[in-house]
Design a binder for this molecule. Structure first.
Ligand code: SF4
Length: 80
């Protein structure tokens, strides 16, 4: 499969620059995940969270090692 890019590209908060990342970190994620081959964006934790939860909190990054349950717990803590 050629790198058509992540289906969430146009709406993802990371891509839209809302996560306040350093420029080189931003570029790394875009190149390594968002614009990568299917197996790359399929491996993105933000993609997985969106699939499972239908949204992805801003604290989740493509290479975050959190489980979905940990993401929910952190989101609940941050919003209580
Ligand atoms: S950060 Fe993840 S979910 Fe967002 S566009 Fe990139 S690969 Fe897709």
């Amino acid at each position: 499969m050629t790198g058509a890019g992540c289906p969430n590209y146009n709406e993802c908060a990371l891509v839209r620059g809302k996560l306040a990342l350093e420029g080189d970190v931003y570029r790394y994620y875009i190149d390594s995940y968002c614009c990568g081959e299917e197996e790359e964006w399929l491996g993105c934790m933000r993609f997985k969270a969106k699939e499972k939860l239908n949204f992805c909190p801003d604290f989740v990054l493509p290479d975050s090692v959190m489980t979905i349950d940990q993401i929910i717990d952190r989101f609940d803590m941050d919003n209580n």
